[in-house]
Write a protein that binds this ligand. Structure first.
Ligand code: ZN
Length: 82
């Protein structure tokens, strides 16, 4: 089965394909967060991406994996500062 390149995020912030907050790797981590914790994911707001360290989701394993990636990924940094 081929992996879909399209983001499948249907809840939480309304990302457009051009306005994703992270690179492919980051979005994979974000989708894992969505898959494991759909209830938490539904409460994600755009502001959580503007200030990752101050998010209420701090301490959630999957979210920390995402923010950990974003902290070291130039691509993600650029997307979030654009
Ligand atoms: Zn990245």
């Amino acid at each position: 089965m081929p992996m879909s390149e399209e983001p499948q995020i249907s809840t939480g912030p309304g990302w457009t394909t051009d306005g994703l907050p992270a690179c492919t790797v980051g979005m994979d981590l974000l989708r894992r967060f969505q898959a494991v914790r759909p209830n938490d994911y539904a409460f994600l707001k755009v502001q959580d991406f503007a200030d990752l360290g101050a998010s209420a989701f701090d301490g959630i394993l999957e979210w920390d994996a995402f923010t950990g990636h974003c902290a070291t990924c130039e691509d993600c940094k650029e997307r979030r500062s654009a």
